[in-house]
Design a protein around this ligand. Structure first.
Ligand code: IPE
Ligand code: IPE
Ligand code: MG
Length: 509
C-alpha cells in the first residue's frame, strides 16, 4: 500500500493560536471543547481544564475560556454577570462571521446562516442576530442544507425583504455555493458567506487527490475526531468525488482500520488535528520504524580513497549526519541514535581522538540553535566521566535546553554496550531492587527510550562493534557497503523499505 500525504493538511492558524494560548493556562473552565479534538481535550484535561456546557456551571469569579468556535453576546453577558475572567480563544475568522451577521441584523435584515444548526459555532452566530430586537435568523431546516424555510418560495413574513447570508467557517465550500444559489432564487440577498481559507484549501486538496485516485483500491483517510465538523466534511468530499473515505481520531482507531485491498491511501487531517498524531499515524501506516540507530562507519576509508586525512572524513561524516537527522524527521522517525565514538575508539591515535572531540564540540555549538528551532531533544549516552569538562558542559547545556521536546536525537559518545551493561548492573545494585529485565532496563543510560526497531551499519562491516547490546536484542539489522559520508536520502529509504518488508515475529509465530 502506498501512503500519500495530501497537502495542505492539519492545524489552521486559528486553532494553533487557540491551543498555544490554552496550553499556558491551568485549572480553568472551558466552555465546550476548545476545539473538536479528543487528543487536545486530553492534553488540556492533564492541565486540569474542566469542560462545561454553560457559563452557569463556572463558579462565580472563576476563569472561563471561550472556545475557538466563538460565543454570542448572551453568553458574554452571562459571563460578565458571574464576574468571570474571560480568555477568549475565538478564531478570528469566526469572529469575522459574527461581525458580518450582526451588521446585517443591525441594518434590519433577517440573516440566513448556512450551517449545521447543532454546531456550537452556528449557535454563537445565531445568537448575534437574535440578540438584536426583531433579529431573525434563518437556518436550514432539519439540519438539511437543501431545506430552507418556506419551501420553494420565501418564508412567511420575509416576502420582498432583503436577506443577509453568512456561513459557518467549516462548511463544504461547494455546499455553501449551492445554498447561496438556492437563497438567491428565493430572496434578494446580500452574501458574505464563505468558508475559511484553511478549510477551503484542505477541501480542495482532497478533491485533487480524489480526482486522480478514484478506483476500488483508493481511499482517503481523514485523521481527526468524528465530532469535528471540518474533518467530517473532508471525508464527505472524498466520498462525493468517488473515493472511499475513513475517519480515525486516535492511534487505536488507526490500528483498527480495515485497509484490506487498499493500494493507495491518501492521508489528510482537519484543522483541529494535532500534527504529532498525524506524524505518528503516517509512520505507523508506512511501517516506518519509531527508533532508528546507526553505526556511522567508514569515514576513514572515505577519506583515504580521496587522498585526504582521516579527520576530513569525520568532518564529511558530520555533515551527512545533519542531513540524516532531517530526513529522519521528514519520515516521522521519533528517535535517532547514532554511534559517534565507542569505548574502544580511545585506542586511536591521540591526534584523531582530539580531532573527533573538538569536532563534536564544534558541531554541537553550531547546531544547538537548530535543535531548539526544530524542536529536537538532544541527549548523550555513554560514559560522561571520560569526556573533557568543556565538551560535557556543552552537551549538558544542550540537553537542558531541549529537554521538553518529543522527537529525540541521541548521540553515543564514549559508548560501549558492555560498559552500559556494567554501569547498569552497578546502578541496579546501588538501588537494591530485585533484578528483573524491567528493573535492569531502568538503569540503562536512556531508560525511557524505546529499543531501536532498526539498526543500520554502513561501510560493509558485518558486526555490531559493541553498540546497544542490550537494547538491540530484537532489532532488525540493515547493512550497506556505502561509506558513511556518502550515505544519501535514497540509501536511508532503501534501509526503511527493507525494514517495512520484514515480519517481526518477536519470538512468536
Ligand atoms: C566511523 O568511521 C567514525 C568513528 C569511529 C568515529 P571510522 O573512523 O571507523 O572509519 P573507517 O572504519 O576507518 O573507514
Ligand atoms: C564503530 O565503528 C564505532 C563507531 C562508528 C563510532 P568502528 O569503526 O570503530 O568499529 P570497528 O573497529 O570497525 O569494529
Ligand atoms: Mg570504522
Amino acid at each position: 500500500m502506498t501512503v500519500e500525504i495530501i497537502e495542505p493538511h492539519g492545524l489552521c492558524a486559528g486553532v494553533d493560536a487557540a491551543v498555544a494560548r490554552a496550553l499556558r493556562l491551568r485549572d480553568v473552565y472551558c466552555l465546550h471543547g476548545l476545539v473538536h479534538n479528543e487528543i487536545i481535550t486530553g492534553d488540556l484535561r492533564d492541565l486540569r481544564f474542566k469542560f462545561v456546557e454553560s457559563v452557569e456551571d463556572v463558579p462565580k469569579g472563576g476563569t472561563v475560556v471561550f472556545s475557538a468556535h466563538g460565543v454570542g453576546p448572551s453568553v458574554r453577558r452571562a459571563a460578565k454577570d458571574r464576574e468571570l475572567t474571560v480568555v477568549d480563544a475565538t478564531c478570528p475568522f469566526v469572529d469575522r462571521v459574527h461581525r458580518a451577521a450582526r451588521s446585517f441584523a443591525k441594518r434590519g435584515m433577517p440573516v440566513a446562516i448556512i450551517c449545521d444548526p447543532a454546531h456550537v459555532e452556528a449557535r454563537g452566530i445565531a445568537d448575534e442576530v437574535l440578540d438584536l430586537p426583531d433579529g431573525r435568523a434563518l437556518v436550514p431546516e432539519n439540519g438539511l442544507l437543501s431545506d430552507w424555510p418556506g419551501g420553494s418560495g420565501p418564508a412567511k413574513g420575509l416576502e420582498g425583504r432583503k436577506i443577509g447570508v453568512v456561513a459557518q467557517t467549516t462548511m463544504n465550500a461547494d455546499d455553501v455555493e449551492r445554498c447561496v444559489a438556492v437563497l438567491r432564487g428565493k430572496y434578494d440577498i446580500e452574501s458574505s458567506a464563505d468558508v475559511c481559507a484553511a478549510t477551503k484549501d484542505r477541501q480542495n486538496a482532497v478533491r485533487r487527490f480524489a480526482k486522480t485516485h478514484h478506483g476500488e483500491g483508493s481511499r482517503v483517510l481523514v485523521l481527526g475526531s468524528p465530532s469535528s465538523s471540518n474533518c467530517r466534511r473532508l471525508a464527505e468530499i472524498a466520498r462525493e468525488c468517488g473515493t472511499g473515505s475513513l475517519l480515525a481520531g486516535t492511534m487505536d482507531e488507526v490500528r483498527a482500520l480495515d485497509l484490506n485491498g487498499v493500494d493507495v491511501l491518501g492521508v489528510t487531517s482537519g484543522a483541529s488535528t494535532p500534527e504529532r498524531f498525524f506524524t505518528e499515524a503516517v509512520r505507523y501506516l508506512r511501517n516506518v520504524p519509531r527508533h532508528v540507530a546507526i553505526v556511522m562507519d567508514g569515514n576513514g576509508r572515505w577519506a583515504s580513497q580521496r587522498g585526504k586525512k582521516r579527520g576530513e572524513g569525520h568532518v564529511a561524516g558530520a555533515e551527512t549526519l545533519s542531513k540524516v537527522l532531517e530526513w529522519c524527521g521528514d519520515r516521522g522517525i521519533a528517535y535517532l541514535t547514532v554511534y559517534a565514538f565507542s569505548t574502544e575508539n580511545w585506542k586511536r591515535p591521540k591526534a584523531e581522538v582530539d580531532g573527533l572531540m573538538s569536532l563534536f564540540a564544534r558541531m554541537l555549538k553550531l547546531k544547538g540553535g537548530d535543535f531548539v528551532r526544530k524542536k529536537v531533544r538532544f541527549r548523550m549516552i555513554g560514559r560522561r566521566g571520560d569526556l573533557s569538562k568543556g565538551l560535557l558542559a556543552t552537551i549538558e547545556e544542550l540537553e537542558r535546553r531541549t529537554a521538553g521536546f518529543e522527537r529525540q536525537f541521541i548521540v553515543a559518545i564514549s559508548y560501549g554496550g558492555r560498559a552500559e551493561i556494567v554501569d547498569a548492573v552497578n546502578e541496579a545494585i546501588r538501588r537494591g531492587e530485585p533484578m528483573t529485565e524491567e528493573t535492569f532496563s531502568r538503569c540503562l543510560y536512556a531508560p525511557d527510550v524505546p529499543d531501536p526497531d532498526l539498526v543500520i551499519r554502513t561501510s560493509g562491516e558485518l558486526r555490531t562493534s559493541n553498540f546497544l547490546l542490550w537494547e538491540s536484542a530484537y532489532s532488525e539489522y540493515y547493512f550497506t557497503d556505502v561509506l558513511w559520508p556518502d550515505f544519501s536520502e535514497s540509501d536511508l529509504d532503501k534501509a526503511l523499505e527493507s525494514y517495512a518488508s520484514r515480519h517481526r515475529r518477536m519470538g512468536g509465530v
